[in-house]
Design a protein around this ligand. Structure first.
Ligand code: DAH
Length: 360
């Protein structure tokens, strides 16, 4: 056997017995590296006579070729084996343990809206909705709000540009939930008993005002409705909402364009450990606007005010939440701070029911 054949046999045996990629690399370097045995043979070709090169050249090149092929084949084999080994032993565990308790919470605004819906459902009220992008007629005109009313002032109302007018109506972000009164009366036959919770918008921002906030509207239209019905309804609602029997109301004459007469409703509170607690009548705070629906509003909706009467009320949902659950900065409601939500949020399974106490 020639030296070259011996070398080839040795190298092939080395390649065959390499059982790791590192061992195989060592064989490659020993053969084809700068100081490698095959590289050394290739270098000898430079000093050969042309005849010698003709016979030895193909043999040496053949050696290099066969060693390269054997190395590549063995490398592929080892890589496949390595991959198979990893596939067999490594696993991605997709069954991550569940957290101890559900992390998300129900926002106090959602919770209070659910509580209100529950309380009013018990009194026979349905929930109604209207668009947040409202036209001037529903938001103002039909509610008997004249051009000069402060709610129309540029600094209060978010108006859309004139070229976004619809049917000749300027569009606004609704400034209150009262337009849902109009939408309900124009689309539904009386008797009507609805509440309409939702987002409203005003260009105003400080500790007690945010440009977007939440209101709830109430509307009853029927025959022979009077202020007594209004007072009973609000009293029943506030007692259920604050979960106290000693809630005392005070009705004060007021002015809203869409009600006549109009009343502002105060609720009595006591100061306990420096905090206002609803109940008793140590002092008063305003919680609601309300009144008997104005004849002009009933007429604007195509109903005969000599046949149909009713009352309406409106209040801030965020404010009701603050009064019941003790937050003092409205802006935090909309910061999305997880710590605040963990502290003030409600368990998703805590569905408000009247029997269980709506805020339980
Ligand atoms: N829309 C009024 C506001 O945003 C609240 C209000 C007052 C609503 C009296 C009513 C009502 O339905 O009768 O300030």
């Amino acid at each position: 056997m020639s030296d070259i054949e011996t070398l080839q046999t040795e190298l092939i045996a080395g390649i065959d017995s390499a059982d790791t990629l590192e061992a195989l690399e060592a064989v490659r370097v020993s053969a084809l590296g700068k100081q490698g045995s095959v590289s050394a043979l290739l270098k000898t070709m430079g000093g050969m006579s042309p005849e010698e090169r003709q016979t030895q050249g193909p043999i040496i090149n053949g050696l290099r070729e066969s060693i390269s092929l054997a190395l590549a084949a063995k490398k592929a084999e080892l890589e496949t084996a390595e991959l198979n080994r990893r596939l067999a032993t490594e696993r991605v565990d997709m069954t991550l343990p569940a957290p101890d308790a559900p992390r998300g919470t129900i926002h106090p605004v959602s919770q209070v809206m659910d509580e209100l819906a529950e309380i009013f459902a018990d009194m026979g009220f349905a929930v109604a909705e209207g668009p947040e992008i409202e036209d001037d007629w529903h938001n103002f005109t039909a509610l008997n709000i004249p051009e000069t009313h402060p709610a129309r002032a540029m600094h209060d109302t978010f108006y859309f540009p004139d070229d976004m007018a619809r049917d000749g109506q300027k569009m606004v972000l609704r400034t209150h939930t009262s337009p849902v009164q109009i939408r309900t009366m124009t689309s539904q036959e009386p008797p009507i008993r609805i509440i309409a919770p939702g987002r409203v918008y005003r260009s105003d921002s400080d500790a007690t005002h945010t440009p977007m906030f939440h209101q709830i509207e109430g509307l009853v239209i029927d025959k022979g409705i009077h202020l007594g019905h209004l007072k009973w309804t609000l009293e029943t609602f506030l007692k259920a909402y604050f979960e106290r029997e000693d809630v005392v109301l005070r009705l004060r004459p007021s002015y809203f364009p869409f009600t006549e007469p109009s009343v502002e409703v105060d609720v009595g509170y006591s100061v306990i450990n420096g905090k206002r607690v609803i109940g008793g009548a140590e002092d008063w705070m305003e919680v609601l606007g309300s009144g008997m629906v104005h004849r002009k509003v009933i007429e604007a909706c195509g109903l005969d005010p000599d046949v149909w009467q009713g009352f309406a009320f409106g209040t801030g949902v965020d404010r009701l939440a603050m009064l019941k659950y003790g937050m003092d900065d409205l802006r935090a409601f909309f910061d999305g701070d997880n710590r605040w939500l963990q502290h003030y949020g409600f368990d998703a399974l805590d569905v408000p029911t009247l029997s269980g106490g709506v805020g339980a």
